[in-house]
Design a binder for this molecule. Structure first.
Ligand code: WQD
Length: 337
């Protein structure tokens, strides 16, 4: 029985594939390379020593999806495939609603037609919106401030409604906080297209000389040092969380939701200073005005994942910044030559 990993050539999908294979699962990757590189597949073979079945295409293509299910014995799906740039989603909402929402509906319809009713979904802390106060718990109301965030809110709702209507379904929504870091080999890591939106790849590109300096978006927040506070989690811890969530998903039915966060907040300056200290590099920065849509503080209460899944984040902020730097310094241009 295999696990279909949609978006499996992406940052979190590729790290999750490593952990799935390490725990004895058979993996099939589906990816359209819209935000990832074919080179990831070679890197995964080097890391795991295994040839991983791969299909190139979109979750929007139902005949293509059906072919994958007909050709393989799939027991569950881990669904990462989605567009995820907040700013782009504001400029191109229909692109996001079509790809993320229609794509997920297309996947769920083909799963149902093939009697595969186990899915672990890549959601995000962004569904907590701007009105909930950290530490964030899974019972809090969800909302969004941009089309990307609304696609995550809506996809969670669609999955929950499917599980309510058909009691054979098992749905697990995983709300990621701020994933950073990379596999210890430095062979796979975060490789955003264009100028990074997220802070960690921006920092590593400054460190490697691709970008001049970091802009810190606001130092006048109501936080200890005035800069934004976030719950950074090592992508390997996140990947291990998926393995445990999958095990729980396969053993139950209904809909489940878990925060995957370290349960601790670090400021932008904490991150920059830790990066500089651990990697012996200097990150020049300038304080700029706040970024629209940002909130001051966001971190998880991750007790539920600990109690139900037996999962807690193990890696420290120092581990995260060292591993991010190893990936970037070994791959200054990401997966490009
Ligand atoms: C972190 C902190 C910024 C860039 C986003 C998405 C969320 C999830 C994770 C997908 C904030 C500050 C950032 C920069 C900065 N993505 N910052 N200079 O906004 O917490 O979450 O990514 O699921 O859905 O919303 O992450 O890394 O963009 O920002 O000062 O160049 O770093 O203000 O305080 P964020 P981020």
């Amino acid at each position: 029985m295999a696990i279909l990993v949609t978006g499996g050539a992406g940052y979190i999908g590729s790290h999750t594939t490593v952990e799935l294979l390490a725990t004895g699962h058979e993996v099939i990757i589906l990816d359209d390379f819209s935000n990832s590189s074919p080179k990831v597949l070679d890197r995964l073979k080097t890391i795991t020593g295994k040839n991983i079945a791969f299909y190139e295409g979109s979750i929007l293509n139902k005949p293509f999806l059906n072919k994958i299910f007909k050709e393989n014995n799939i027991e569950a799906v881990i669904h990462f495939a989605a567009f995820k740039a907040v700013g782009e989603s504001v400029k191109e909402p229909l692109k996001y609603y079509h790809n993320n929402i229609v794509g997920t509906i297309s996947l769920l319809e083909v799963m149902a037609e093939n009697k595969v009713k186990n899915i672990v979904f890549s959601s995000s802390a962004t569904v907590y919106g701007v009105n909930n106060i950290s530490p964030l718990t899974e019972d809090m109301p969800t909302s969004a401030t941009n089309p990307y965030g609304y696609t995550k809110v809506m996809m969670e709702q669609i999955l929950n409604d499917v599980a309510f209507a058909d009691k054979e379904w098992s749905v697990t929504n995983l709300r990621y906080f701020n994933p950073i870091g990379a596999h210890e080999s430095g062979l796979i890591g975060e490789a955003p297209n264009g100028v990074p939106n997220n802070i960690m790849p921006y920092i590593t590109q400054v460190a490697v000389g691709k970008l001049q300096e970091l802009s810190i978006f606001g130092d006048d927040y109501d936080t200890p040092d005035g800069t934004g506070v976030r719950d950074y989690i090592h992508v390997i811890d996140l990947a291990k969380g998926h393995v445990l969530a999958l095990k729980d998903n396969l053993a139950t039915t209904g809909s489940h939701v878990y925060n995957l966060g370290a349960g601790q907040g670090y400021s932008v300056l904490d991150l920059v200073k830790t990066f500089e200290k651990e990697n012996n590099v200097t990150i020049p920065y300038t304080i700029k005005p706040r970024r629209a849509g940002d909130i001051a503080t966001c971190y998880a209460n991750s007790n539920k994942a600990k109690e139900v899944l037996g999962w807690t984040a193990q890696k420290t902020l120092a581990d995260m910044v060292r591993d991010s730097w190893r990936w970037q310094s070994q791959n200054p241009n990401g997966y490009e030559e």
